[in-house]
Design a protein around this ligand. Structure first.
Ligand SMILES: Nc1ncnc2c1ncn2[C@@H]1O[C@H](COP(=O)(O)OP(=O)(O)OP(=O)(O)O)[C@@H](O)[C@H]1O
Length: 695
């Protein structure tokens, strides 16, 4: 058989050469694909941002919101939806979902306090879960554009301050409501001090930070000045360490005197290399500490801000804790915003003579902490406005109310008895020096507008020369004598002082102006607090002015505990003191410092704390109760005033804890006795006894 021959295999086709058309096709396919991926990514990101987090399904609050969603929720921050204005910025009512009403706090751009409050609130929000604390639902942050917003649960009845003092809500005329508010606040503080671990110190307990829900239940809000207790201990240790390097910080058992302010001079910094010559904006200095001292790490960072001439101590743990759980606290915001500029975390007075332009610290001049506070506050325009407002208000009140006899002045004169002329002059000169030192700030000289402090200075100089003339006249008449005013009860409001201390304080007061008297009337506390914050004499600024009630970094005048700042201690007992003031305000339905009429008797009532103490001595506690209150439970009212007076004791150790306050108010503990000095019976060691034990 003939073999079948296979046909020759065909030649393999020539390899396809990519033509221009092919290349174009492949290119466009790749582009289309990458575009598709890009758009899908963008869409997902946008839709995720726009979605309001559902607290049921997503993680616990605080949630991150987009700026636009909050803008929409508040109808572009409509003035009609504005709920109020604080040191942080404006607060607006918003609707995120039909059933989710919120309050949106918008930080004023450039507000140092705002940045700090923002981060503080976020840092603490995760740690707090209580029915007696306003919950933080979320936030929005865009550090590049300096947009920072906080979203809270809406408290439909606003702040206690508005409700009680301005709107005078009828619901609060019912004694039961007032009492339940007092108890709610006490429980909120008890939660912060005794349930939270580590304990949280609020640091700014006052009526505008107490918010009322639809049923007028009270919740504590505004944790901008709050601190963890452990953190505080660290700050304190560091503060003492830094302070001990070169200053004479004098303690006076919480009494307030010019000499005892936390003055940390530049010499304290001289041991820290690397700061003095650094950029004017900021510098970080590592301060070596032992692990035991800080508890969590071997070192803390001390930020010295040459721009604001201030400093703070920041623990690494704080940085880590603040940075990690929340994306919002991104690095730029830390390095540029928080640490360099705010520099007020610790509340440590680090006054120093800084040259703003060169960023160099003056090594010789030691400027006290009060300058630091002044300058710190001055940097904030809004705060500046507040100070102007407050000063004006004080001035008007004093001018308006000062009796013809110039009794305030004579009071000053009268207490000079026993004090040498020389000493007084020295003191006045020192004070003038202080005023003069304020002129170091060249930038302010350039300002066209007369700086607010000149107003203050002029007023003071005027006051001095007036006093001098008066005294001269009196001396000529040979009649510099005690006119009795210095002996009035409203100047003797210091409960724990021995006679010796009282005399000393009187002589301190002697060199103060009439305005100082006003401030000193407040247990002497205001004198320091005013310098620190220039908050408000009344402790609240009428909202009509549209200004914040707290430009301060450390608390609010009239509410701040006397020991805080003098020795730098912020403890739970500071909150207890503030609670005491708040309780009196709640019972009396008036501000802590308020002149309601021109007669002399009104002056006697002007200082609520002194008035309460006076009534306690006179055994007329119930006279303090707001006249408009109905259904008064007299026993409860006396109990509340007694608790308030216990909380207001000068010595922090003598104040009850918030746990004890709750126990007393809720009836678990027996009724306490008034503080010793008001009690006719001999003092017992324990001011109250447990009901439980008795049973
Ligand atoms: N969650 C909220 N619900 C309803 N109203 C609120 C809420 N938070 C704040 N407000 C209103 O906004 C006002 C301003 O609040 P904010 O806490 O900013 O300032 P403040 O406490 O008055 O002053 P500062 O912040 O200086 O202490 C409050 O007085 C209150 O009337």
């Amino acid at each position: 058989m003939p073999s079948r021959q296979l046909p020759p295999s065909p030649e393999p086709p020539p390899p396809l050469r990519p033509t221009g058309t092919h290349l174009a096709l492949a290119g466009s396919a790749a582009t289309a694909f990458s575009l598709l991926i890009f758009f899908t990514f963008c869409f997902r990101k946008i839709s995720r941002k726009r979605t309001v987090p559902n607290s049921d399904t997503e993680s616990k609050p605080p949630h991150r919101f987009s700026y636009s969603s909050l803008r929409r929720a508040t109808s572009s921050f409509s003035p009609l939806l504005r709920l109020g204005q604080g040191g942080f910025g404006s607060v607006y009512r918003g609707t995120l979902k039909p059933d989710l009403q919120v309050a949106v706090k918008v930080m004023d751009s450039g507000s140092l306090q705002g940045e700090r409050e923002f981060q503080n609130e976020l840092f603490l929000a995760g740690k707090i879960e209580s029915n007696h604390v306003v919950s933080l639902i979320g936030f929005s942050s865009d550090p590049g554009r300096r947009r920072m917003l906080l979203v809270y649960e809406l408290m439909p009845n606003g702040s206690l301050q508005d409700c009680l003092l301005y709107r005078k809500c009828t619901e609060l005329k019912d004694w039961k409501k007032r009492f339940s508010i007092a108890l709610d606040i006490a429980k909120g503080l008890e939660y912060l001090h005794h349930v939270c671990d580590p304990p949280i110190i609020h640091g700014d307990v006052k009526p505008s930070n107490i918010l009322l829900d639809a049923n007028f239940n009270a919740k504590i809000g505004d944790f901008g000045l709050a601190r963890l207790k452990s953190e505080e201990v660290r700050f304190e240790t560091e503060a003492k360490k830094v302070g001990s390097l070169g200053t004479g910080v004098v303690e006076d058992n919480g009494s307030v005197a010019e000499e005892t302010e936390s003055v940390i001079t530049v010499s304290a910094f001289e041991g820290f290399d690397g700061c003095v010559e650094q950029s004017p904006e900021s510098c970080f200095v590592r301060v070596e500490t032992s692990p035991e001292m800080v508890g969590t790490g071997p070192e803390v960072e001390l930020s010295i801000d040459a721009a604001t001439e201030s400093a703070m101590v920041v623990s690494p743990r704080t940085v880590a804790a603040m940075a990690s759980p929340l994306e919002v606290l991104d690095k730029t915001s830390f390095s540029e915003g928080t640490f360099d500029r705010a520099s007020v975390v610790s509340g440590i007075d680090m006054g120093n003579g800084g040259d703003k332009k060169s960023g160099k610290l003056k090594k010789k001049n030691s400027i006290s902490g009060r300058d630091w506070w002044w300058k710190q506050d001055h940097g904030n325009t809004e705060n500046g406005m507040v100070k102007d407002y407050v000063r004006e208000w004080i001035g008007n009140e004093i001018k308006k109310e000062r009796p013809k006899s110039e009794w305030v002045g004579t009071s000053s004169n009268s207490v000079v008895v026993g004090k040498s002329e020389k000493e007084k002059k020295k003191k006045n000169r020192r004070r003038l020096d202080w005023w003069a030192s304020l002129d170091d700030d060249k930038n302010l000289k350039k300002e066209k507008r007369r700086p607010a402090r000149e107003w203050w200075k002029e007023e003071y100089c005027e006051e001095l020369s007036r006093k001098k003339k008066k005294k001269k006249k009196k001396q000529e008449q040979g009649s510099v004598s005690d006119d009795g005013y210095s002996q009035h009860w409203w100047e003797r409001d210091d409960d724990m002082y021995s006679d010796k201390k009282k005399r000393r304080n009187h002589s301190r007061k002697s060199s103060k102006s009439s305005m100082d008297w006003w401030l000193d009337g407040f247990s002497g506390d205001l004198w320091r607090a005013r310098r620190n914050s220039f908050d408000s004499v009344s402790g609240e600024i009428p909202k009509s002015g549209g200004v914040s009630s707290t430009p301060s970094m450390r608390g609010t005048v009239c509410y701040v505990a006397p020991e805080y700042g003098a020795s730098g201690d912020l403890s739970e007992k500071c909150d207890v003191y503030s609670y005491g003031v708040l309780l009196l305000v709640l019972i009396a339905g008036r501000r802590p410092l308020e002149v309601t009429g021109s007669p002399m008797s009104e002056f006697q009532r002007a200082n609520l704390l002194s008035w309460a103490r006076h009534l306690a001595r006179a055994g007329k506690l119930l006279d303090l109760v707001d006249q408009s209150v109905h259904s008064l439970d007299r026993e409860q009212a006396i109990l509340c005033i007694t608790v308030a007076l216990l909380c207001l004791q000068k010595s922090p150790a003598r104040r009850p804890s918030m746990k004890e306050v709750v126990g007393i108010l809720s009836g678990e503990l027996g009724s306490p006795k008034l503080p010793i000095e008001f009690s006719p019976s001999p003092p017992s060691r324990l001011p109250y006894k447990s009901h439980k034990r008795v049973r």
